[in-house]
Ligand binder design. Structure first.
Ligand code: SF4
Length: 314
């Protein structure tokens, strides 16, 4: 549903007791984290990820678009993530993009989440040289048997050798104090028996090992009656741009259900403060996910205690 249409509907679920926002969430004056979908593709076809449903045009973000987003936000202390639902290193412009972001902006940070398969030694050296700040490697298993069924299309041995080589270069090159590296695994029943060995292997080789649980994308089986009538943390200081320059409120918005503006015709600040963004935030501050098409089937933060943000709690 478009924000303006949502405003005109007068749905009052039984669980709501009165008018007005029930929470006051601390929205940042400017985005602190910006994700850029510089390409739509991925080298994997993971069964839990909707990336292969993306048919967006163009497949590659024009240089003028990503440069405008960076130029609009220079000096804001933004952490840029040059990827969205895609694998960042499908885009061979990454060293150039990192260099451009870091150029003349000591407040800018760049971080990557990657499956690691395309990270050649040459690319790794270029990224370190360009000033990358954080590298997160998603490696969901410690054996070919547990890894390859979840990361379909990726060669386990190639990932292991390339990630290890990058971390050797990071360590030997004196980058430990400047660049944070993380190796992370989503724990599922199939790989749970490998967690200890995983930690022991990767622990000494990187800054931190993280074991996480599997999350659920919106619209992947959630029922209308199970709607989570709570606010959302994701909209407070993050912004997400597609290859076509449109911005959305959420990194899980694969199909452009919650677009809030277009950076090819607006500034980033205008979009952040714009009517569409304010409308969606107001609905979420009132726990009205049911009125936002994207959020109406999302169970993110369902167990989070929003009590300290409740109106009248201070
Ligand atoms: S409620 Fe879910 S889909 Fe909506 S913005 Fe938050 S995380 Fe994204």
């Amino acid at each position: 549903m478009r924000p303006d249409a949502a405003r005109d509907r007068n749905i009052q679920p039984a669980r709501f007791e009165g008018p007005g926002a029930r929470w006051r969430m601390p929205v940042a004056a400017r985005p602190r984290f910006i994700q850029l979908e510089t390409v739509t593709k991925c080298n994997a076809k993971c069964p839990f990820c909707p990336q292969n449903e993306i048919v967006r045009d163009p497949a590659r973000m024009p240089e003028a678009t990503w440069k405008k987003i960076v130029d609009d936000t220079r000096g804001w202390g933004v952490t840029y993530r040059p990827f969205l639902t895609n694998e960042p290193f499908v885009d061979n412009r990454m060293p150039q993009i990192v260099r451009y972001i870091k150029e003349n902006d000591p407040t800018a940070r760049v971080e990557f989440n990657t499956n690691g398969e395309l990270l050649t030694e040459k690319l790794g050296a270029e990224l370190l040289d360009a000033g990358v700040d954080i590298m997160r490697f998603s490696i969901d298993g410690f054996s070919r048997e547990t890894y390859e069924p979840s990361r379909v299309g990726i060669d386990f041995d190639r990932v292991m050798s390339r990630v290890q080589r990058f971390l050797e270069m990071w360590d030997a090159g004196g980058h430990r104090d400047r660049v944070f590296t993380e190796v992370r695994m989503i724990e599922v029943p199939e790989n749970a028996h490998e967690v200890t060995a995983y930690r022991e292997f990767w622990g000494p080789r990187c800054s931190e090992v993280v074991i996480t649980s599997l999350y659920q994308w919106p619209w992947t089986g959630q029922k209308p009656e199970d709607v989570v009538l709570k606010p959302c943390l994701k909209i407070l200081d993050e912004m997400f741009f597609y290859t076509n320059g449109k911005a959305t409120i959420c990194c899980w918005d694969v199909h452009e259900k919650a677009v809030i503006g277009d950076v090819t015709t607006q500034s980033v600040q205008e979009i952040w403060e714009g009517y569409a963004a304010r409308c969606l935030r107001a609905l979420l501050d009132d726990g009205r996910r049911d009125l936002i098409h994207l959020c109406s089937r999302c169970n993110a933060y369902q167990d989070f205690d929003f009590g300290k943000f409740a109106v009248g709690s201070d």
